[in-house]
Design a protein around this ligand. Sequence first.
Ligand code: HAM
Length: 418
Amino acid sequence: MLKALRGTKDILPTDVGIWQRIECSARNVFARYGYTEIRTPVIEEAALFIRSIGNSTDIVQKEMYVFSDRGGRQIALRPEATASIARSYVENFLGEKAPLTKLFYIGPMFRSERPQKGRQRQFHQLGIEAIGSDNPFLDVEVILLAVKFLEDLDIKDFNLKINSLGCQKDKFELIQKNKKALRPHLKLLCNECKKRYHKNVLRVFDCKNADCREVVRNIRPENSLCIDCAGHFETVKRGLEKIGVNYAVDLNIVRGLDYYTKTVFEITQEDLGSKDAISAGGRYNNLIQEMGGKYTPAIGFAFGIERLILAVKEDPSKLKPTLDIFMATTSDELYEDAILSMNSLRENGFSCDIDYGKRPLKAQMRMAEKLQVRFAIIFGEEEFRQDKVVVKDMKNRVQKKVKLKDLVKEIREARQGG
Ligand code: HAM
């Protein structure tokens, strides 16, 4: 039997309710803050991610799905969406349409990681990107939006950690300082981190190896912010406090992608543990320029939907999409009338279905139970002779005979009655 690939999952009809709830909430909350949707391709030139995320990052070195297409081009399945959106922003001149472009996205991403709870090879992100401003109040708004989205999903007990990497020059100094701090502990690091130390020392801080985590726990990657960047960060912190967002500054948040500058943040949730973030983001002021556009500062974040699902407390059975009505018949002769009636109910906005297997009434009623419909409408010969059908309220366990011409009205009233 062929099976879904390791690290990928079918989202079955029984599970899709929570996905729809999360996506619907994202669309509503993001729209309130002025974001509109963008959909970019799942495949891109591999060079896009190598240049933006960084050649020495784990994502590019170990996790990206890359293949040659028939024309010999190096293609990648997108490991994230920020680079694709930066490309699209430049390619489609989105910056010419408005000084600030606010975009959101929902879709699958691909990273060849070791699958575990909340970590997959095909996973889904929903995120936002605000492109065109370096205003620190935009950082505050973006972080607030992430918090409001979690509140909308009734997710509590989350921790927001923020940091600032500073501008390119500050980041260079940060790298030098950390090299110095880590040098005495080099022997304790894993082989990978020994290489990272030389190529991209900040990546040591994202390593999942227990020894490396112990080393970096005791090293504070002190940031060295210039006056401008320090002022920016102070305004962000003050803004968050004023607006009532709880946060902690964590100098260990250095992020696993190279494009970040200035404000960076991660949100973890108690049930998921501190290792795996539910959401992460930050500023990437130079990325648009690196993509061939003019200097355009930007900031964004992405949530992992699989991790959000683990954090949502709502009863999943309540989120299961259900049918309003199931049509049942006692004989074949009434089947056509039942189908006509079903069509009219559908036209009136009710979701209905019928047994196309034409099973006996008992089996049809079992199907109605299984489908958890609110009403079963039974076409019986005796009632039909009087132009009536039986409406069984499956929730309140009562039934009554209803004139066919009053069916829509009766069902509507019964549903409103609760
Ligand atoms: P990231 O930290 O690589 O950032 O991923 C963001 C979120 O995606 C993570 O916090 C996590 O919830 C989820 N995620 C990542 N990998 C996996 C996986 N293998 N399985 C399940 N969930 C996963 C970015 O992707 C940036 N593009 C975020 C951003 C947007 N920065 C600025 N704008």
